[in-house]
Design a protein around this ligand. Sequence first.
Ligand code: MSP
Length: 514
Amino acid sequence: MSVRRSYFITTPIYYVNDSPHIGHAYTTLSCDVLARFMRLDGHDVRFLTGTDEHGQKVEKSAAAAGLDPQAFTDRVSAEFKALAEKLNCSFDDFIRTTEARHTRSCQALWQKLVAHGDIYLGSYAGWYAVRDEAFYAESELVGGKAPTGADVEWVEEPSYFFRLSAWQDRLLAFYDANPECIGPRARRNEVISFVKSGLHDLSVSRTSFKWGVPVPNDPAHIMYVWLDALTNYITAVGYPDETSEMFRRYWPADLHMVGKDILRFHTVYWHAFLMAAGVAPPTRVFAHGWWTNEGQKISKSLGNVIDPLKLVDEFGLDPVRYFLLREVPFGSDGNFARHQLIKRINTDLANDLGNLAQRVLSMVAKNCGAAVPTPGPFSAADQTLLGTAHGLIDALRAEMAQQAFHRALELIWTVVSDANRYIDEQAPWTLRKTDPPRMATVLYVLSDVIRHLGILVQPFMPGAAAKILDQLALAGDARGFDRLGPNHALAAGRALPAPAPVFPRYVAPEAAAE
Ligand code: MSP
């Protein structure tokens, strides 16, 4: 029996101070696409998401909503879970930092840090931004605010510190020995220069509020929310039971997906905490960019927050999934523009892929007795097109390993274009009269190319891909990447169901009403 390689992928855990928006949807979706891709590629995948429920920011939001923090977090956490479900995200575990398993894990990690001599009691005096849940040095402030624009407050209280300053060389050595541990490359360089510029010890406990995990043996202190939050990734695989089957199988995580704003926490603090506790750091952390809305920064005060659920209701789930991962080079910032979304729906989906499938499958239904046609010998053009479809998976694996979703989709769409060019050149509608056996071959080639396209778009658009593959009467267990290539080509003569369009064009409601 072959042993399936494990793949553990995580989203950040989301603050429950506010309802989910497009940024949260984006991070989770990108992980879902990778999780699905790796599953289809035969890996033993574990996909984790969840909510970050402690800290001052959440405590304040609960108070503003007139609820006690637990009732408040129960409500908002459920919204995040519902969003992930509505986006058809195939997560295996949804962690909440208010769960008992997590308190146990945080306290165990803390004790490891103490045992290793990396925690000491001192007092903190400095600036704190509740919005970022981050400490800032005087020198970092810009016009009296955090560099992120968040308001800061002066904090002076007893605090435990983590000896981060002692980890500089070991962190740099780790980055050096693991060139792929941070992506994209430019972000990796930023992290390295930040660490090279010198690290200060980090305040890791607070005494001025209560909503968090108590420090073992000194419950007047609550653990700093980032220490608590980052620990979720190991809690979910069974920490502190490091010898458990689960922990050994999935840790270290293969990928922490994060937004660019929280990369430092995930590559400097987290790695130092883990190394100090004798736990291996994650294999890779990738930082994606931020979305703006029609050119403007997205913010509640500007009132331009994009609700992903509304978008899905208006445009359909798979088109939204496709757009978010196709429109912007993953890792760069991007702009959300409605007209671009509509353009992609009508061009890439309806015209290019949708029409290809619809044209081919309806010709098969009408002219081939509603069954997979029987091919004759393949011409050079047939072999070229089939060859590009067969070769796609290797190219996609390379792009997905770099989280280059946009490139993966571009590559799939070059085959869509090749197939559309081929159909125009071969003109099966003419062959129908002049050379029916050749028409059967052309439609066979196209059907098998559509099979490849359907299988390969599954991670991005699971619903639409399933419709395409259903129309080819492909069994559920014939949809994995191990079925790509000529060895599992469509069986001639198999009866096919009636074709139906998969990607409707978007017609604006006012135009539709005319
Ligand atoms: N709770 C912390 C993460 C702890 S992980 C151990 C947190 N939560 S968050 O809810 O504020 O943000 C979660 C993610 O949403 C981040 O990766 C962030 O980059 C992403 N986004 C928030 N706004 C965004 C955009 N406008 N565009 C893209 N992603 C953005 O940080």
